[in-house]
Design a protein around this ligand. Structure first.
Ligand code: ADQ
Length: 459
């Protein structure tokens, strides 16, 4: 692999955000998995990160934050609405997640999607030097590979989809389906979280374009395109180190004490309808109602980060979660023994890890999820091998974390049984399962993921 080929990361969001206004505005690095994966690679090879800063208006000037060289792409107010809230998060996001809510199709959103993708492609072309590797990320930018290839025919372009790629039955709904496929087929390597997504893609590419080939390699308009599964992971050793800090362990002990020594069930999610939070709460509510579990002995914590609040579906999910939490507490809490603690906010990394350490049972029960990093983070933090992970079959992570207790989140009876099994699991069984889960997240961390992708691209 050419060690020094420059890397151009193209993602909807920049890895930093602007705080303050006017000349006193500053960039602040945003925490997150993708940033920790890309930063060392960018530092080693050099390169730039092209993305949107999250605001409306002209793009801020190029900036350097730590070892990250940022090139911002500007979006107008109407593009924020039509491209981002609209086509990305009201059409594609629900459709790619099994249409768990109805996706909306508006002709007036397609042109802004195309226009913004063109702007990203132009910005990438400007930063491109002969030999650069270009890595385009996610569903917001599916047209960029083709639009960039039109300008730089010889470029090495890779694309990674962080969310699931839907089966033909759903993908076929999209009025712009063949345009999207041709957009993606501009890449040399197209990678997905799971083999199932890769296979879905190959099937529709062959059906709706002139692409031909196998599950691993397609040929399209005289070029060959590799298709692969490349599951993302976490910065495992960073989580392990944080979990070993004395201050974090003290904080975890304090949380457990505040919860009166009860068995702690934990959920940590973006507040998104794909994450299955209401069904998880319902399962817990029924267990309390039937007296299989008692709020004297167990407690649930649900941490939910506010997300996409202006997009249809999110406000309803929030209301549903809050009503259910209210009902459960109204019927089951006592002074000093609240049945569900609900935090609607983001937690700092160390605080989040303290919660992972305090939790006996981690509930990760999305209706559909590309991967789900929370499941892997919990596992990485459990250095004493205790704790039980309850994991939805419909998260990409379930393909790897086979020793979790796997559940179908829509099957409430099995969810309830599985939660009870998790609460009652003997320490020796916990250790046996967790040790295997932990070896899994150690064997394959986010650095292995980016290496594997870039090696495929550099070939
Ligand atoms: P997301 O849908 O955002 O990501 P996920 O993989 O769970 O989902 O990542 C969420 C991240 O946010 C985790 O690193 C977690 O620690 C953090 N987080 C969640 N709640 C938090 C809270 N209250 N406070 C602080 N941090 C919190 C998309 C896809 C996933 C895919 C990832 C990466 O939807 O399926 O795994 O991209 O490819």
């Amino acid at each position: 692999m050419p060690q020094h080929s420059k890397l151009i990361v193209v993602a909807n969001r920049l890895p930093a955000s602007r705080t303050g206004k006017g000349p006193s505005a500053r960039w602040e690095r945003s925490p997150g998995g993708l940033v920790s994966a890309m930063e060392p690679v960018l530092a080693e090879r050099g390169g730039v990160w092209i993305g949107w800063d999250g605001g409306a208006g002209p793009a801020p000037r190029p900036a350097t934050v730590g070892s990250l060289d940022l090139r911002a792409v500007g979006l107008s107010r109407s593009e924020v609405n039509e491209y981002y809230h609209g086509f990305c998060n009201t059409t594609l996001w629900p459709l790619y997640h099994d249409a768990v809510i109805n996706p909306e199709f508006h002709r007036s959103w397609w042109d802004p999607y195309l226009a913004v993708n063109k702007r990203f492609a132009l910005a990438s072309a400007r930063s491109y030097r002969k030999g650069s590797l270009v890595w385009v990320h996610d569903y917001q930018l599916q047209m960029v590979p083709k639009l960039l290839r039109d300008r730089k025919p010889g470029a090495k372009i890779g694309f990674f989809l962080h969310i699931p790629f839907p089966p033909d039955e759903l993908f076929a709904w999209i009025p712009w389906r063949s345009a999207i496929l041709r957009g993606l087929l501009g890449a040399d390597v197209i990678a997905f979280q799971t083999q199932a997504s890769a296979e879905n893609f190959v099937r529709v590419a062959k059906r709706y374009t002139s692409a031909e080939g196998t599950e691993r390699e397609l040929s399209f308009e005289g070029r060959s395109i590799r298709v692969k599964a490349c599951p993302i992971s976490i910065a495992t050793s960073e989580f392990e180190k944080t979990a070993a800090l004395p201050a974090v362990k003290r904080r975890a002990a304090e949380i457990r004490k505040q919860l009166a020594g009860r068995t702690v069930l934990l959920g940590v999610d973006r507040l998104d309808y794909t994450k299955g939070i209401p069904l998880r709460l319902l399962a817990y509510e029924e267990l309390l109602k039937e007296r299989t579990l008692s709020a004297n002995k167990v407690v649930m914590l649900q941490v939910a980060v506010p997300s996409r609040e202006v997009v249809p579906g999110y406000e309803e999910t929030r209301r549903e979660v809050e009503q259910t939490v209210g009902r459960i507490n109204g019927e089951n809490s006592q002074p000093g023994k609240v049945a569900v603690h609900y935090f609607r906010r983001s937690l700092a990394r160390e605080e989040l890890v303290a919660y992972y350490l305090a939790a006996d049972v981690m509930l990760v029960t999305p209706l559909r999820d590309g991967m789900n990093l929370v499941a892997k983070e919990y596992v990485a933090c459990r250095s004493d091998n205790t704790g039980v992970l309850v994991l939805s079959e419909f998260a990409g992570a379930a393909r790897e974390l086979r020793r979790a207790l796997l559940v179908n989140p829509r099957d409430l009876e099995t969810m309830k049984k599985t939660i009870v099994e998790a609460v009652r699991m003997k320490k020796e069984d916990q250790r046996m399962r967790m040790a295997m889960l932990r070896s899994n997240v150690r064997r394959h961390d986010v650095h292995d993921w980016s290496r594997e992708f870039l090696e495929a691209l550099a070939q």
